[in-house]
Write a protein that binds this ligand. Structure first.
Ligand code: PBG
Length: 337
């Protein structure tokens, strides 16, 4: 019984292996290709000079003082990486309940934007809008009693976004998951003449365990009170992700992020199918840490595992990926040519 279908197929001449027999034919029939143009590199900032501080839970990733970040930016531009995403780790003494430092026009992020723009004017700069690096409790919004209050937070986020735009940010990326923030930020930007500053919204951002190492990197893991499940999405939902994306697009988002990455490829696929808008995956810190842990143990081959994980995003429909592997991937892609 089992041999009959195989025989029939071979009789029909169907042999899919013909297209795989050599590198040139694999290249010819390849459906998706990762390019350096697809990469956004997230970097971490610290105060100081000449400082590179390793992040223990993200081997190979360092927090950089602004001068070092400028060198990293020049390096990224040289590799052809289109854009950087900036995340600050500010001194504990500057964190408070109101996230005041988020509103300081000369805060670490704003100074970094200016310095990087000066050194690498053609590199895109994406800045995170959320309060977690600035709050004493580690939440993305303002805490009143036990609640992260939505509308009061949105008002602060608009000012934070405006400061970033004034400093020269090209893309504002709200990652806070407050309702209505995209519309408010768009209106705020337009009212000040920043019509050409784009919004890349973390539309479908899940309350994920995979953000742990990032919280080490920006110094919020130890201070975070409770969790973010009243504003970030339940990992069990996808229809809701489509509602989030629809709303953010209606409110004026130019591009959409789905986050985390690999465990949520189905969400990327559905978002791209449903809306056909520029869609980005965030391969988050925990995904980076998992891969690096196995790579450092010699259990996975770095180059192959990293490039395979990245092309998976393209296959799912993403236009690009925010990834800590951006420089490594860019180098490998260059060598391949
Ligand atoms: C917070 C923010 C987070 C990440 C990006 N922006 C973490 C969180 O929501 O706690 C995670 C990125 C990563 O894990 O690499 N606004």
């Amino acid at each position: 019984m089992a041999s009959t279908p195989l025989k029939n197929k071979l009789a029909l001449g169907q042999r899919l292996r013909r297209n795989r027999k050599a590198e040139w034919t694999r290249r010819l029939v390849r459906e998706h290709e990762l390019a350096v143009n697809d990469l956004i590199w997230p970097i971490f900032l610290i105060e100081g000079e000449g400082l590179r501080e390793p992040v223990d839970s993200m081997p190979g990733v360092e927090r950089l003082s602004i001068d070092e970040a400028v060198r990293a930016a020049e390096n990224a531009a040289g590799l052809g990486i289109p854009a950087l995403a900036l995340f600050p780790n500010i001194q504990a003494s500057l964190r408070d309940a109101e996230a005041s430092e988020a509103l300081n026009e000369a805060n670490l992020v704003c100074r970094a934007i200016k310095a990087i723009k000066r050194a690498a004017p053609h590199l895109g700069i994406v800045t995170d809008v959320a309060l977690d690096p600035y709050t004493s409790h580690g939440h993305d919004g303002l805490l009143e009693g036990e609640e992260i209050v939505n509308d009061a937070t949105v008002a602060v986020l608009v000012t934070q976004a405006l400061n970033q735009a004034r400093a020269g940010a090209d893309i504002i990326a709200p990652s806070d998951m407050m309702d209505g923030r995209v519309a408010a930020i768009r209106a705020g930007l337009d009212a000040e003449g920043f019509e050409s500053v784009a919004i890349m919204s973390y539309a479908a951002k899940y309350a994920s365990a995979f953000y742990g190492p990032f919280r080490d990197a920006i110094g919020t893991r130890a201070v975070l009170i409770g969790d973010k499940r009243t504003y970030q999405m339940d990992p069990a939902n996808t229809d809701e992700a489509l509602r989030e994306v629809a709303l953010d697009l209606e409110e004026g988002a130019d591009m959409i992020i789905v986050k985390p990455g690999l465990p949520y490829l189905d969400v990327i696929f559905r978002v791209k199918e449903a809306f056909g808008v520029p869609t980005f995956a965030y391969q988050v810190s925990g995904e980076y840490a998992m891969l690096m842990a196995a790579i450092k143990n010699g259990w996975l081959d770095a180059d192959r595992a990293v490039l395979e994980s990245l092309v998976a995003f393209k296959r799912a429909g993403a236009n690009g990926v925010l990834t800590y592997f951006a420089p490594l991937a860019a180098k490998k892609l260059k060598e391949r040519k």
